[in-house]
Design a protein. Structure first.
Length: 373
């Protein structure tokens, strides 16, 4: 699969090209930079605008084979002579700012401080390095301003995690290696870590985690809690437990739909169907433990969805006993994964039937969590 290049690489390449055109006076239609991964990036330069005091140009984002929403977006850099009256002590100090379509950080716990443009540390270093090399090439000792902007950034950001993370008004300029790997798993795990770290910065007493948005209405109506405030862990339940422990949480509450969390009762910590799909087998095992008849167990094994299997539980009169067993196993495996370094509680629900089961201290943890805005 083909690798791509990050928004940080695009911003650095566009900045180098703009600086070369500003200080050298010649149009540049292609540029080369070194990424932190050691791979050279040689993009075409587009949308060139040259004036006496500034040059702006763009690099088109190429995400390779990764399904990235920023793919094909134009990442612009405008490099201009500084109009600051007092020069800095450092020769050719580079001031980097974000313009239209680059988000602003509004919540703590991110790479940049609240109020800063969402241009992460490594892209800032890349931009500064490339522009300073151009300054050295032309023996320029003044100061330059670099403004990164993305005309379509605000629209693109609506399809990202940025609004949840507290980045408003546009996309983030990101990347630690400069390279986009053609898989989104790392990006999801990075986002989970960021959301957990934000909760820690907000002094959350409990890390409330949910695989997704199933059951939003149930949690609001039953417990008065908006699951949209929970950290979304997707299928990565085990990894999320590990990260929460690393960040110093001692309490975690996992709230989720039976279709995902039934797998945890079998010790499965990545609930993606390609990793494991034994939902009906686990529900059938719980039914057997509850004393279900052979016919009911066979009916469960033939079910297509967990909602359908719950219907069999109800019909057979084994709902409570079955979920007592399921929640006992979920409790065991969650806390086994946590190594007893963190207390993990759980609430399991169904879209159609509401609350199905909860561990002993789940509601206590939820009450603690509700005290955090």
């Amino acid at each position: 699969m083909r690798k791509g290049f990050t928004t940080g690489s695009c911003a650095a390449a566009a900045s180098k090209a703009a600086a070369l055109m500003l200080l050298g006076g010649n149009k540049k239609e292609k540029i080369e930079i070194d990424t932190p991964a050691g791979i050279k990036y040689c993009p075409v330069i587009e949308e060139i605008s040259i004036t006496e005091n500034y040059v702006s140009c763009a690099v088109r984002k190429d995400s390779g084979d990764d399904p990235d929403v920023t793919n094909n977006a134009l990442i612009f850099s405008k490099v201009s002579f500084s109009d600051r009256e007092e020069p800095s002590e450092k020769a050719c100090r580079i001031r980097i700012t974000g313009g239209v379509g680059v988000g602003t950080v509004t919540r703590p716990g991110l790479d940049q401080k609240v109020g800063n443009a969402a241009i992460n540390s490594v892209p800032r270093q890349m931009i500064e390095k490339e522009v300073l090399e151009v300054c050295d090439l032309f023996d320029y000792e003044g100061e330059l301003d670099v403004e990164i902007f993305v005309p379509e950034g605000e629209r693109i950001a609506e399809r990202t995690f940025n609004p949840r993370l507290g980045i408003e008004g546009g996309i983030s300029i990101i990347g630690t290696t400069g390279i986009v790997e053609p898989m989104s798993m790392k990006a999801i795990l990075d986002t989970i870590r960021i959301e957990l770290r934000q909760q820690k910065h907000l002094f959350a007493p409990v890390a409330v985690v949910s695989p997704g948005n199933y059951g939003l209405e149930f949690m609001k109506d039953t417990y008065g809690y908006d699951l949209d405030r929970a950290v979304k862990c997707s299928n990565f339940i085990g990894d999320t437990i590990d990260m929460a422990i690393e960040l110093g949480f001692d309490k975690m509450l996992l709230c989720g739909h039976v279709g995902k969390l039934i797998k945890v009762s079998g010790g499965i910590m990545n609930t993606h169907s390609r990793e494991a799909d034994c939902r009906m087998e686990l529900m059938a095992a719980a039914a057997a433990k509850a004393g279900a008849k052979t016919g009911d167990i066979l009916d469960i094994l033939n079910c297509v969805s967990t909602e359908e299997a719950v219907e069999v539980y109800l019909r057979a009169g084994i709902m409570e006993k079955s979920f007592d067993h399921i929640m006992d196993r979920i409790d065991f495996y969650l806390n086994k994964r946590a190594g007893f370094k963190m207390d993990v509680q759980c609430i399991v629900y169904s879209n159609q039937y509401g609350l199905l089961g909860k561990t002993k201290k789940a509601e206590e943890f939820l009450d603690k969590a509700k005290g955090v805005s």
